[in-house]
Design a protein around this ligand. Sequence first.
Ligand code: PMP
Length: 457
Amino acid sequence: MQNTALVALDRSHLIHPVVNFRAHEKRGVTILESGHGAYLRDKQGNELLDAFSGLWCVNTGYGQESIIRAATEQMTRLPYATGYFHFGSEPAIRLAAQMIELTPASLQHIYFTLGGSDAIDTAIRYIIHHSNSLGLPQKKHFISLERGYHGSSLMGSGLTAIPSFHLNFDVPTANQHYIASPYPYRNPVGHDAGAVIQGSTDALRAKVQQLGADNVAAFFCEPIQGSGGVIVPPAGWLKAMSRTCRELGILFVVDEVITGFGRTGPLFACEAEGVEPDLMTVAKGLTAGYAPMGAVLMSDAVYNVIADSSPDSPVGHGQTYSAHPVSAAIGLEALRLYHEGGLLANGQAVAPHFEQGLRDLMQHPLVGDARSKGLLGALELVADKASKRRFDPSLKLSERIAEIAYRHKLIFRAFGDNALGFAPALCYTDAELNLLFERLKAILDEVLGLPDVRRSL
Ligand code: PMP
């Protein structure tokens, strides 16, 4: 079908995630047609360098033949096996065992979901069950970070602290609360790592005290806040939050949906900090985006409370596609590629180049902050570097930057407040990173040349 016909059909019928509906109707869809390695090709034949791994998920890059083979073999043998009624499948069990092996030692049980949002929702449901099973029905308050993103399920969207996810959706609910993001660049205490960490632990303590320690079930956080603008807390922050949760007697839930699977260097960000969470959520890189899948991992302690709670009743939580065998087969092959396939090692090898490239752009007149960890990074554009003044939202700069970037054949994420997010695949070469920064520099120069941008400086 022709591009124009597809655009018209899309405009009439297809609702896209997280767009302004009217703005999307006006702009129309960009149809992606194929991908190979770090590159995507659109319906009009443009070859685009993908510096965002799809939606920070295609960590292996596109066109990995061995993943395609694993999926095809599993689909041919058995395309579906339910996990209900005590059934299961070999790839799901093997993937479960590997995930337990690879994640922090505290995590001994895993439930597979379809993605990150339902992993978060599943974690919340299990935590509620856990509180009730402990005979602590009042222990149902949840705390997360401002700028946090924990998906868009009914409950998870309330732990997400990004305004558009709340507007007209009646969240957060009365039992969902936030503390300030560590956000070093804009933290009132400045970049001082100790002060940033102290600020977060103090804020968590104060919030728990305000709500009553007996009423708080859990604290959720991302090791690096992704959709909130790639906020990189100082080393030691995650560990300090974990310790504080333990002291306060609340569950510590780490959302590694973005940071997992080599994105920040090690397989999981928890590893670098030696953190042992009570629960952990993953998705995205688990199947590298080749099929939908996420998971919730939990400790023995949490599992056993739920397991022993109601001897005569099933734990009523399930989805038709939990532990889907094709997704599980893909997950197994993705894990093999990260390790034996050398992707983790390659990601670690090229990460310093990526980090240096972002840091070098601090010289650019528009760039106020450059931050990154592994292959996850951002630039924050400001109208004035000294005061860190943001551009006026009426300029709609982020949307315009995304369009300019597209013309320069580079895909990244332009966040609402002019942070530009990058998450190149772990297969990136130095040559591809050079191309990324060459195009990015040209994009920033073009943005700098816009008359209304110049007037704002
Ligand atoms: N948690 C985090 C940290 C995420 O970044 C995301 C997705 N960007 C989610 C949860 C939700 O995952 P999904 O979009 O797969 O539902």
